[in-house]
Design a protein around this ligand. Structure first.
Ligand code: SF4
Length: 123
């Protein structure tokens, strides 16, 4: 069982219900296709505002291994790359949720730890 969480952009939550992220998660498509054939549990779905460090600590406590940083974060969050790198100190990070793996305005940054080596992946 892999435990994951989705981090989305605070401002986008004013209008977005998370439908696109959850559709991809439920169907194991797009960024979630890596979990095909595996049991995966969505433990958290939270936005980038407020006390983000606290939220991440709670996810760690809950056993989350992978944080998916949403496609709207990739498109519009000013410190996207720096945030992915910071989060990757504690989790594997997949730098998008739904849509194309290649960002339109920014490259996707994912960091997967393999045998204790951090591997930064630019889509
Ligand atoms: S990635 Fe898409 S569905 Fe997910 S929170 Fe952002 S705008 Fe909404």
């Amino acid at each position: 069982m892999v435990k994951i969480a989705i981090l989305v952009r605070e401002e986008t939550t004013a209008k977005c219900t998370g439908k696109g992220c959850l559709k991809s998660f439920n169907g194991k498509t797009e960024s979630f296709q890596r979990y095909k054939g595996m049991e995966v549990e969505l433990v958290g779905f939270f936005h980038s505002g407020g006390d983000l460090e606290y939220k991440l600590a709670k996810m760690k406590e809950a056993g989350v291994e992978v944080i998916h940083v949403s496609t709207c974060m990739r498109a519009k969050y000013p410190g996207y790359r720096e945030l992915v790198e910071k989060i990757s100190e504690q989790f594997d990070v997949v730098g998008y949720t739904h849509g194309s793996e290649e960002g339109k305005t920014r490259k996707t940054v994912s960091v997967i730890h393999m045998e204790n080596v951090r591997k930064i992946i630019n889509g």
